[in-house]
Design a protein around this ligand. Structure first.
Ligand SMILES: Nc1nc2c(ncn2[C@@H]2O[C@H](COP(=O)(O)OP(=O)(O)OP(=O)(O)O)[C@@H](O)[C@H]2O)c(=O)[nH]1
Ligand SMILES: O=C(O)[C@H](O)COP(=O)(O)O
Length: 236
C-alpha cells in the first residue's frame, strides 16, 4: 500500500487552534502529531511506500529522518486538493498497476495499524470502492483509500465526507464509510484537543502527549474548559 501524507507549511498549520495556542505551540504540536503519524506508518507492515507532500523544509527533514519520500508541492499543485490530485496523477503515470492509494492526514496522532489494517482489508474485498474513515462528527474524511481504477476527485474542505460521497455517486463508484474509534479523532479545534487529553487511552500519540505535557498545555486546556463551564453555568 502506498500512503500520501500532505503537510501544510508548519507555521501555517492548525490555525483553528489559535484561540488556545500561540504560533510556536501550534507549529510544535503539529510536528509532534506528524511524528506520531510517521512512527505508526513506518511500523505498519502492509505499508510499502510513504510519500509526504510538502514544500516545508521541516517535512523534507522528517522524510530524511524516517527514510520516506517527500514530493514538492509546487511541482504537483498548490493547496490540499490540487497537491493530492497531482500526486495521484504522478502515481497513475509512473506506477500504473497500483490499484489503491491511501491518503492520511498529519493531525491524526492516534492513528494505528489495527484500524489502518481494517481499512486495507475492506479495500482488498472492494477494490473499486472509495473507502473513507470519517471524523467524529461524520463530516470530514480523515483517511481515504482511493481506488485508482475508479478515481474520484478529492474534495477536502468543509463537509468533505458528503462531498466525496456525491463525487463518487456521480461516477457510479460505491463509497464505504468506516466509523473508527481512533482514526476519527483528528485534531482541528480546542474541543478536539481537550477530548484527546481527557480520553487519552494511555498509549499512542506519545509525542503529542509529551509535547502537551512538557509545555503545560494540558493544564491550560483544563483551565479553559473550567472557565467555559463556569461561563455556561452563569448564563443559565
Ligand atoms: N501540502 C499541503 N497540505 C495541506 C494543505 N492544507 C492542509 N494540508 C494538510 O492536510 C491535512 C488536513 O488539514 P486540516 O485538518 O485542514 O489542517 P490545517 O489546514 O492545518 O487546519 P486549519 O489551519 O485549522 O484550517 C493536514 O495533514 C494538513 O497539513 C496544503 O495547502 N498543502
Ligand atoms: O475532511 C477533510 O476535509 C479533511 O479531514 C480536513 O478536514 P478538517 O479541516 O475538518 O480536518
Amino acid at each position: 500500500m502506498w500512503v500520501l501524507l500532505p503537510l501544510k507549511d508548519f507555521v501555517k498549520a492548525k490555525q483553528r487552534l489559535s484561540g488556545c495556542l500561540n504560533v510556536a505551540e501550534r507549529r510544535g504540536l503539529f510536528q509532534a502529531m506528524v511524528e506520531d503519524v510517521l512512527d505508526e506508518l513506518v511500523s505498519t507492515d502492509v505499508i510499502e511506500r510513504i510519500v509526504l507532500l510538502s514544500d516545508d523544509p521541516a517535512a523534507h527533514l522528517l522524510a530524511t529522518c524516517y527514510g520516506v519520500e517527500c514530493w514538492s508541492e509546487r511541482e504537483l499543485g498548490q493547496g490540499l486538493n490540487p497537491v493530492i490530485e497531482g500526486a495521484l496523477d504522478r502515481i497513475a503515470h509512473t506506477a500504473p498497476t497500483i490499484s489503491q492509494v491511501m491518503v492520511v492526514h498529519g493531525d491524526l496522532p492516534l492513528i494505528n495499524a489495527v484500524e489502518l489494517g481494517a481499512m486495507i482489508d475492506a479495500g482488498s474485498h472492494d477494490p473499486d470502492s472509495l473507502i473513507i474513515a470519517a471524523d467524529r462528527g461524520e463530516q470530514g474524511s480523515n483517511v481515504v483509500l482511493m481506488p485508482m481504477f475508479a478515481r474520484v476527485p478529492v474534495r477536502y474542505g468543509p463537509d468533505s465526507l458528503a462531498a466525496h460521497q456525491q463525487e463518487a455517486a456521480a461516477r457510479g463508484v460505491n463509497t464505504v464509510v468506516m466509523r473508527t474509534r481512533w482514526l476519527a479523532m483528528d485534531i482541528d479545534t480546542r474541543d478536539d484537543l481537550t477530548n484527546l487529553v481527557m480520553n487519552y487511552p494511555g498509549e499512542g500519540a506519545e509525542r503529542t502527549m509529551k509535547y502537551l505535557r512538557q509545555y503545560g498545555l494540558v493544564q491550560r486546556l483544563m483551565v479553559m474548559r473550567d472557565i467555559q463551564a463556569d461561563v455556561a453555568a452563569a448564563a443559565q
